[in-house]
Design a protein around this ligand. Structure first.
Ligand SMILES: [Zn+2]
Ligand SMILES: [Zn+2]
Length: 336
């Protein structure tokens, strides 16, 4: 048996003893070193339609304690980072950059999930979503491979070009990952958050961070009055979209990186059409973006240090959820 935190539906989390999985052919069994708590975990907790019981958590770093035959060159003792979803790589969706819409994608998962003492990594995940962590990286740094990959997929889809002006709405840990990726793509980046402490935190990371009222003028100054080429919305739901429509340039693009409440978009079809606005979205990552994100972190090209604000043991996961809900934590990292 082993300890895990079970999501029981209706927002409830409870630690429990569950059977310990074992590695089959091509699979790995990890002893958890740590797992990041993701905004999507929080969203699932609040979603009445979410599958329960389940073990959440998918930003997993662990030590290999069992390696099945032919497990991709991994061996017992390796420290690895592993992501939860993998596409088939061969279907119509996969061949058109819609990997996260592949029917195999959501079916795949770590067993039982990241908030458990031991995690089985299925063979497909071992092949295309597991990376050996180099010695110079900390566990916490490695745990950002999956979230960074999701952001990278969004930036690649938005087709950012050198000389562009980009705005990131929301300076949580995801917003703080977007800024350096957009800057690497050649954009001048402004970060926006309504919370003064997040603006301050962003500035401490070297981000040109503003509250919304100040951001308008800054974007205008950077773009010769045109407005932003790209607005990436990482939170703030429909009011953020209204604001985005105001600051984006004619012909610019808005990327919705987060879901949220609201059945209709607060933008007129006439506006979308006459201003030639593009709305893009991305859900999750892909094997390609995971590999590139892993490289960016391993090579020190994207600095993730200082993003973890709270560290909690598995048994206190519910506290971490509360901290994230109240927007008091930038990122919660859970250890066994
Ligand atoms: Zn995540
Ligand atoms: Zn596929």
């Amino acid at each position: 048996m082993m300890r895990a935190v079970i999501f029981q539906g209706a927002g409830r989390l409870a630690p429990a003893d569950v059977p310990r999985p074992a590695a089959g052919a091509g699979e790995l069994l990890l002893r958890l070193r740590g797992c990041g708590l993701c905004g999507s975990d929080i969203a699932k907790l609040a979603d009445p339609a979410a599958r329960a019981p389940a073990v959440l958590g998918h930003e997993v770093v662990g030590d290999v304690v069992e390696a099945g035959e032919g497990a991709g060159g991994f061996a017992v003792g390796d420290r690895v980072v592993a992501a939860h979803h993998v596409p088939c790589g061969e279907c119509h969706y996969c061949r058109r950059d819609s990997e996260s819409m592949c029917r195999a994608f959501k079916e795949s998962n770590l067993d039982p999930g990241g908030f458990a003492e031991f995690v089985r990594v299925p063979a497909a995940n071992v092949r295309s979503a597991t990376f050996r962590v180099p010695e110079h990286l900390t566990d916490e740094e490695a745990s950002f491979v999956e979230p960074l990959a999701c952001c990278l997929r969004a930036v690649e889809r938005a087709r950012v070009q050198p000389g562009d002006t980009a705005v990131v709405v929301g300076l949580g840990s995801i917003g703080c990952l977007f800024v350096p990726l957009l800057a690497r793509a050649g954009a001048a980046v402004v970060g926006v958050d309504q919370q003064p402490d997040r603006v301050e935190g962003g500035r401490a990371r070297g981000i040109d961070a503003r509250v919304p009222d100040e951001a308008d003028a800054r974007v205008s100054a950077l773009s010769a009055g045109r407005g932003a080429d790209h607005v990436i919305i990482t939170g703030g739901a429909t009011p953020a979209l209204e604001w985005a429509v105001r600051v984006v340039r004619d012909g610019g693009s808005i990327h919705a990186f987060a879901g949220g409440p609201g059945d209709a978009l607060p933008v007129a079809l006439e506006t979308l059409y006459h201003r030639e606005l593009t709305v893009t979205t991305t859900y999750s990552s892909s094997p390609g973006t995971l590999a590139r994100a892993f490289w960016l972190i391993a090579a020190g090209k994207v600095d993730v240090e200082g993003l973890v604000s709270h560290r909690l043991p598995l048994e206190r996961l519910a506290e971490g959820v509360e901290l994230m809900r109240r927007r008091q934590a930038l990122k919660v990292y859970v250890t066994p």
